[in-house]
Design a protein around this ligand. Structure first.
Ligand code: NAD
Ligand code: TDX
Length: 336
């Protein structure tokens, strides 16, 4: 079975490719990625010579490139490619629209022309907006995105469902909660805070630090996508969660404690605009229908993740002191 994995050089895409190639020889994986700041082929070094894996540098918002790759006997498309960082979308929404909305539309259109057997749109719990102190997002929760990022992902979801309803393209949407694990770009909460703590740099906690996310290890997300690919029903949405709600300050203190670093590294800074207060996922549908469940406990996943960044310092040091040095100098400058 030939899989077109878009955005496979990013955090979750690369974890998915590594996991699926380890599990079975039945898959051929074509990784199609334009390599933005977040795309990193070093994540896939261990499979670059694997005959079941190939890489094509290409943009999902480039009609010709998408048309060419889709003609190569692809069975299943899994669209991870996206601009994924909420803070960047608040500063400049434009690329979020071109990749997340227009790019997804081009992929859907080319998939339709080539009679692709299944199109999995990797979406997010952020499409549901923010929860109060109680309750969980189900697949029927209203769509109520807050940021330009989540609005662009919601638009892509609606387009994907429209291709199912209008043209009968077999589309499935997955909406997962916050991921963590190896190879996450160190701009997101967990890798930024682990690497800052390792460098004895300050940890910028937005607002009062009481915002809640439902954390899931990227390998558990990967196994959920595999379950959806094997047995999911076209036209359906599947929520994926880790059943691990934590406040940001709990995450921050866990990282500091694990690394033996002082709480004095914490800086409470100005809040994110439109900051969603709480996300929490009801995964009943995927668990009961597809028999999936997360394998990691929060503590095991967190401890392994902290260890991974500690042992793989060259991976993130190259990012933080190389091409993106100015980004981090600017960030630390604001915190001192
Ligand atoms: P990421 O930013 O680490 O990786 C995105 C990848 O997409 C990069 O390799 C990048 O080069 C590639 N890309 C971006 N624009 C592209 C384009 N125009 N054409 C081709 N490739 C392009 O993101 P991630 O955290 O791995 O997220 C992957 C997907 O999962 C996204 O769709 C995101 O919305 C979704 N998601 C993420 C999380 C999370 O916690 N990170 C949770 C739920 C859903
Ligand atoms: O420096 C920080 N300080 C801080 O307090 C950063 C980067 C984040 N935060 C807070 C904001 C959020 O409440 O931590 C929480 C998590 O922030 P992010 O890591 O930026 O993730 P989030 O905004 O929740 O979005 C993530 O989960 C859903 C992914 O980036 C999205 O791609 C995914 O769809």
């Amino acid at each position: 079975m030939k899989l077109l994995v878009t955005g496979g050089a990013g955090f979750i895409g690369s974890n998915f490719i590594l996991s699926i190639l380890k599990k079975s020889e039945e898959y051929q994986v074509v990784n199609f990625d334009v390599l933005t700041y977040a795309g990193n082929l070093a994540n896939l070094k261990s499979v670059e010579k694997n005959p079941s894996y190939s890489f094509i540098k290409g943009d999902i918002a480039d009609n010709n490139a998408v048309g060419e790759v889709m003609k190569t006997g692809i069975d299943v498309v899994i669209n991870f490619a996206a601009e994924s960082h909420v803070d960047r979308s608040i500063m400049d929404p434009n690329t979020f629209i071109s990749t997340n909305v227009l790019g997804t539309n081009l992929l859907l259109s080319a998939a339709r022309e080539n009679n692709i057997k299944l199109f999995i749109q990797i979406s997010t719990d952020e499409v549901y907006g923010s929860l109060g102190p109680t309750g969980l997002f189900t697949e029927d929760s209203p769509l109520d995105p807050t940021s330009p990022y989540s609005a662009s992902k919601t638009s892509a979801d609606l387009l994907a469902l429209a291709y199912f309803k209008t043209y009968g393209l077999p589309v499935i949407i997955t909406r997962c909660s916050n991921n963590y694990g190896p190879y996450q770009f160190p701009e997101k909460l967990i890798p930024l805070f682990i690497t800052n703590a390792l460098e004895d740099k300050p940890l910028p906690v937005y607002g009062d630090g009481m915002n809640i996310r439902d954390w899931i290890h990227a390998e558990d997300h990967a196994s959920a996508i595999e379950a959806v690919m094997k047995n999911g029903r076209p036209g359906e949405v599947y929520n994926i969660g880790g059943n691990s709600e934590r406040t940001n300050i709990e995450i921050t203190e866990y990282i500091l404690k694990t690394l033996g670093k002082p709480k004095s590294l914490i800086r409470f800074v100005e809040d994110r605009l439109g900051h969603d207060r709480r996300y929490a996922i009801d995964s009943t549908k995927i668990m009961s229908e597809l028999g999936w469940k997360p394998q990691y406990s929060f503590e095991k996943a967190m401890d392994e993740t902290v260890l991974w960044y500690t042992e793989n310092n060259s991976w993130w040091e190259e990012i933080k002191s190389g091409k993106y040095k100015d980004y981090y100098l600017n960030l630390y400058g604001k915190l001192e």
